[in-house]
Design a protein around this ligand. Structure first.
Ligand code: PLP
Length: 437
């Protein structure tokens, strides 16, 4: 089966004459058979310029927790635009949103609002450095924290054997044109290795300002922390006066109303949030301990941004959170149920077609991969997957009317239901039947 993509291809060629690279974010160029041009979306469906309609599990790389064009979100943003989109003054929507975030996230006493996850991470690192008077940041292999010069690192290719043992001296910029100076303060460790963590933190305790970690390694394999690992991280950072930052840009308001830290019961000093917070609007935040966030009020740490707290973004976030709160958070139950059915279905289809593969799931987010390993519990194991085969699978799924990321990460929204699950599993069945090699 194939789909028409003529119009998307024409538009990409035209776009390249005007927009650098033809796409607005580098990752989007990787889509096969071609980057698609969208026309509209509604609920779990998205339509492109060639008239194709897809069940959408890309969900704009995560934010669309309520699906496309949710009526409450559309009404709230429309109203905000009519009232005035930005003032450069304060407005009560900011207070309402910050109050709600403080109520919902267990670790949150104060919130600072920005526009993207990348900015939120930059601010969290800055707060940690100012708070401790130290400069080094420990981060983990396979985690992603945005693309700022401060933290964007490349990882060795899958054929590099020592992926799990890379140390600080191997930290290399994630892109051309990136300053290497900032990265001199980055200590890169394997994740889920308590021994390596403890050794490094104890050895360099006087230099380390913060440890930043995704609570679940969603970006590469949806790998959960080993039992006791995050607790150990909490214990060590508390003992050594190091700031613990959980990057919840994916997991915040996705795994539950209290984020991953609420679900896992580990209390970080700071969290970064974004994506699902705005339901698709450009908004992010840092939330956490009042004594650290107070550095913003005292002026010691600058927190800037012309459009921070604009009414369209804050209204979108308020509308999203209010939908998520309804009926005791039933949206999360729905999302998880849908994801459970999909994951169970995918596992049995892999078995039916005798294709080695597995799915790692974190609530409504899961990572499907073709791999011979029985378990994927670290970045090293994850790198053994057949990424090329999965990309072929994703392309074939598109022809079946299902949009998924070529990397393997799936997101489910609160409006994906039984019909979409059934159609998706039927499509997977057909695609796996024809997937050779
Ligand atoms: N942190 C995590 C865990 C992410 O997954 C991402 C984006 O995917 C970011 C930070 C950066 O967020 P943004 O793309 O909004 O800058």
């Amino acid at each position: 089966m194939s789909i028409r993509t003529d119009r998307s291809r024409q538009l990409l060629a035209e776009s390249k004459r005007h927009l650098a690279g033809g796409v607005a974010s580098t990752l989007r160029a990787a889509m096969k058979p071609t980057p698609l041009f969208a026309v509209s979306g509604s609920g779990p469906y998205v339509r492109d310029v060639d008239g194709n309609e897809y069940i959408d599990y890309l969900l704009a790389y995560g934010p669309l927790v309520l699906g496309h064009a949710h009526p409450s979100l559309a009404a709230a943003v429309g109203e905000a635009l009519r009232r005035g989109v930005a003032f450069g003054l304060q407005h009560t929507g900011e207070i309402e949103l910050a109050r709600l975030i403080n109520e919902l996230l267990p670790c949150s006493e104060r919130v600072a609002l920005s526009g993207s996850g990348t900015e939120a991470v930059m601010l969290a690192l800055r707060l940690a450095r100012a708070y401790t008077g130290r400069s080094k940041i420990v981060r983990f292999h396979g985690h992603y924290h945005g693309w700022s010069d401060a933290i964007f690192t490349s990882f060795p290719s899958p054929d590099m054997k020592q992926a799990a043992t890379v140390r600080a001296e191997n930290v290399t910029p994630g892109t051309g044109g990136q300053s290497e100076l900032g990265l001199q303060d980055i200590v890169l460790l394997p994740w889920n290795d308590s021994g390596a963590l403890e050794r490094t933190l104890r050895e360099q305790k006087d230099a380390i300002a913060a440890v930043i970690s995704e609570p679940i390694m969603c970006n590469n394999g949806c790998i959960p922390p080993k039992p006791g690992y995050l607790e150990k991280l909490r214990e060590l950072t508390r003992e050594l006066g190091i700031v613990m930052i959980l990057d919840e840009v994916i997991t915040g308001f996705r795994l539950g109303l209290g984020g991953a830290h609420g679900k896992l019961g580990v209390m970080p000093d700071l969290v970064t949030i974004g994506k699902a917070l705005g339901g698709g609007a450009a908004i992010s935040g840092v939330a956490g301990k009042a004594e650290m966030m107070a550095l913003i009020e005292s002026g010691e740490v600058a927190h800037l941004g012309t459009l921070n707290g604009n009414t369209a973004a804050t209204s979108a976030a308020l509308a999203t959170l209010r939908e998520l709160i309804k009926d005791g958070g039933s949206a999360f139950v729905r999302m998880e149920r849908t994801a459970d059915r999909l994951v169970e279905g995918i596992r049995s289809l892999l078995a039916k077609h005798r294709i080695p593969g597995l799915v790692n799931q974190a609530g409504p987010v899961f990572h499907m991969m073709f791999i011979r390993e029985e378990k994927v519990e670290d970045f090293d194991a994850f790198n053994k997957r057949d990424a090329a085969k999965y990309a072929r699978f994703a392309e074939a799924m598109l022809a079946e009317g299902v949009l998924i990321r070529p990397s393997g990460l799936w997101y489910v929204s609160a409006v994906h239901g039984e019909d979409e699950t059934r159609a998706t599993l039927a499509a997977i069945d057909r695609v796996l039947a024809g997937l050779h090699g």
